[in-house]
Design a protein around this ligand. Structure first.
Ligand code: SAM
Length: 256
């Protein structure tokens, strides 16, 4: 009789903890989905800010609106997962943010226009110089077949690589190194995006661009206003350079 009572007692305690765990699981799921909804709304608002900036700079961009595919990619990538914990509340402001080591995650408007100017298609292979947080690479990965990204600061490159794995971005390959020299083993590329300001256009990057390919790169002095250049390699190898607009990027560093 005593044994039966003990069994019942154990059973009711177990049921109690089971329902408690189930309740906690359900409420954590509800919390996670309401947080996700909140971030989705923030992303939609950020898209509106980008669209306003595009409208205001349309005379430089030669367009009033960006490709809807680019805006969709930006509306998909969880920017709050690419910023540091102390700036998470600002993740969807239309500003650059510090990511440590004196570097920044670029302003969403800049990410959007640089991506748009490359006129990417789904089969493209893109090289990015300056992985940083990994945000720009993640946006590119939504639009193209494969992204190669090089970062010179090892801890930043390693953190970005971990993020890609955690968030399931399987078409991004990274390496630590000086992106000035490009990535010869994976060349040629349909497009190249340089997210740090170079004093001149690196020769290796031109060499690794396919005929017909495009490169977007800020060129100018350290910590001064630079020019965002769009370079198109013509089928005969000639370069066509368009000056897009003045920008401010951290410098392309390295021994070159
Ligand atoms: N694309 C990044 C993102 O989405 O977060 C932002 C890039 S941040 C403005 C510039 C990055 O370029 C920094 O992380 C910096 O360390 C990196 N960088 C600077 N010089 C480089 C070089 N020679 N090779 C590769 N990366 C470089």
């Amino acid at each position: 009789m005593k044994a039966m009572t003990l069994q019942k007692w154990i059973l009711s305690i177990s049921l109690f903890f089971l329902s408690l765990a189930f309740g906690l699981f359900i409420s954590s799921q509800t919390l996670a989905s309401s947080m996700e909804e909140r971030y989705m709304k923030k992303r939609q608002h950020m898209i509106q800010l980008i669209e306003q900036d595009v409208h205001q700079t349309s005379q430089y961009l030669d367009t009033e609106a960006l490709d809807t595919k680019v805006l969709k990619a930006i509306a998909t990538v969880p920017r709050h997962k690419f910023v540091t914990p102390d700036t998470i509340e600002q993740a969807y402001h239309n500003n650059p943010l510090p990511i440590g080591y004196g570097q920044t995650i670029s302003q969403p408007y800049i990410v959007a226009i640089m991506t748009d100017l490359l006129k990417l298609t789904a089969n493209d292979t893109v090289l990015e110089i300056g992985t940083g947080s990994g945000y720009q690479a993640a946006v590119l990965s939504e639009l193209v077949h494969r992204v190669y990204s090089i970062e010179i600061i090892a801890p930043l490159g390693e953190q970005a690589e971990l993020r890609f794995r955690e968030l399931g971005y399987t078409n991004i390959t990274t390496k630590i190194g000086d992106g000035y020299y490009g990535w010869q083993e994976q060349a040629p590329f349909d497009a190249i995006i340089v997210t740090a300001a170079a004093s001149h256009i690196p020769h290796a990057l031109i060499e690794q661009l396919k005929p017909g390919g495009k490169m977007i790169i800020p060129v100018g002095g350290n910590f001064t206003t630079q020019q965002l250049l769009l370079i198109t390699k013509q089928p005969d190898g000639q370069l066509q350079t368009q000056q897009i607009l003045p920008v401010r990027f951290v410098p392309l560093t390295g021994e070159h």
